[in-house]
Every structure is written in C-alpha cells, then in structure tokens.
Write a protein of this length. Structure first.
Length: 232
C-alpha cells in the first residue's frame, strides 16, 4: 500500500492539505510536525519542513525512516528562470540539482556533489506524468510544463544571478528545498516529484512580486497535489 509523504517549506504551502485531511496521528521530530492520516482516500504524511536545504533533507530522512513513505511529493512556490513560465504557472520537475554546490577545482561539474556519480537527481517518470496530466484537469487555465528545479540556500532576486542559473545549470525555476528532497529520495530509492507554482520572476522584481502572488500560487499547487494522490 502506498504512503505518500507531502512536504512544503512553509505553512502556507501545506495548510490547505492539512485542513482537508483526516489526521490519525501527529508526531514531532526535529521541530517539525508530521500529520499522518488520509487525504482524498490516500494514505499521507503532510509536513512543513521549514525553509532551506538542511531542513528539507532532515524532513525527507524522517519520512523515510519513521514513516516508511513509498512516494514523496514536494509542493510549494518558486521563482521562474524560464521566459515561458509566468507568475501563476506550474512547473513539474524532470530533475533537480544544487546550484550552490561547487567543487569544480577537483574536476567535478558545477552543482555536482562529490562521489555521487551524478549531478542531477531525476524525478520519477510516472509521478511526473501523473502530475502534469492532473494539473491540466484541475488547473485548466494555468500553463504547466516539465523542467529543471535548481536549489540553493538563497532567495534569487538579482537578474545577474538569475542569468547565471540559466546559463550554468539550464534551470527552469529556482527555490531553496527541492534538490535536497530529491537528493534524499535518490539515496533512499523513493520515487519523488517536485511541484512548483511560480510566485515571482527571480529578478529585480522578485521582492515585490513574491508576497503578492505566493498565496494563490500555493493554492494551485495544493489543488494539484490533492487531486493526483488518489491515483498513486
């Protein structure tokens, strides 16, 4: 039987899911509340991991060890790096990588974690297709595409930095948790997908755009997650 771990960095990204689920158990670990129960007839564990890559990695490992989840969905918001992705659109991960990892002096690619044997952590093909197809049904007025998530412990709000993430990593969106969740899922052999609603353009306007659009963006992501989990 499937048990789906659903991770959001901020309360805004998971509050709707928690309010609609039937909770059977709440467990606190590492300062995080794991809400275990059912949502849309699926067995789930919903958790706010907090912001940043360390929080995200800790959360993933707890889901793997304590709850033995079979699938992971990371839902939330991100800044667009792709000119075809506007505010309000949704990106589904094909893969994810750490844009702030740099050991190039020893011959590794920028973004590659040493001794891993890969730079990108690929999302599960079935979950990607399910997320994309479901989004078209539940959010028919929203553009959805599949692309690359690049993560680092920084909020991207500088046009020059944005251009570097595009040219150096071919990123489609930038945020602060996805690659760590992907990294942990990869090591634990758990199928995963990252869903990101675009809240800003990751440039000089990001500071202004983000507070305005994050609530609507998070709602669109939550609607997609709720609809897709019954088919996992």
């Amino acid at each position: 039987m499937s048990k789906i771990g659903i991770i959001g960095a901020m309360e805004l990204e998971v509050e709707q899911l928690k309010s609609e689920m039937t909770v059977s158990n709440i467990v606190t670990r590492a300062g995080m509340e794991f809400h275990e129960g059912t949502l849309n007839d699926a067995s789930v564990v919903v958790v706010r991991c907090g912001i940043g890559k360390v929080n995200a990695a800790l959360c993933l490992q707890i889901l793997a060890d304590l709850f033995e989840v079979t699938h992971v969905i990371n839902t939330g918001v991100a800044g667009s790096l792709n000119a075809k992705l506007d505010i309000g659109d949704i990106l589904i991960s094909k893969d994810a990588l750490h844009h702030d990892m740099n050991v190039t002096i020893f011959g590794y690619q920028a973004g590659e974690v040493p001794q891993m044997g890969c730079r990108e952590f690929p999302a599960d093909d079935r979950l990607v297709k399910l997320a994309e197809d479901t989004c078209k049904k539940v959010n028919p007025d929203i553009n959805v595409c599949v692309g690359r998530v690049v993560s680092g412990d920084q909020f991207i709000s500088d046009k020059a930095v944005k251009e570097g993430l595009i040219s150096g990593f071919q990123g489609d969106c930038a945020e602060m948790e996805g690659a760590s969740i992907a990294h942990g899922a990869y090591l634990n052999q758990i199928p995963f997908v990252i869903i990101r609603a675009i809240s800003d353009k990751a440039d000089d306007s990001a500071e202004m755009d983000y507070p305005t659009f994050e609530a609507d963006a998070a709602k669109h992501s939550a609607a997609l997650v709720k609809a897709m989990i019954k088919n996992i």
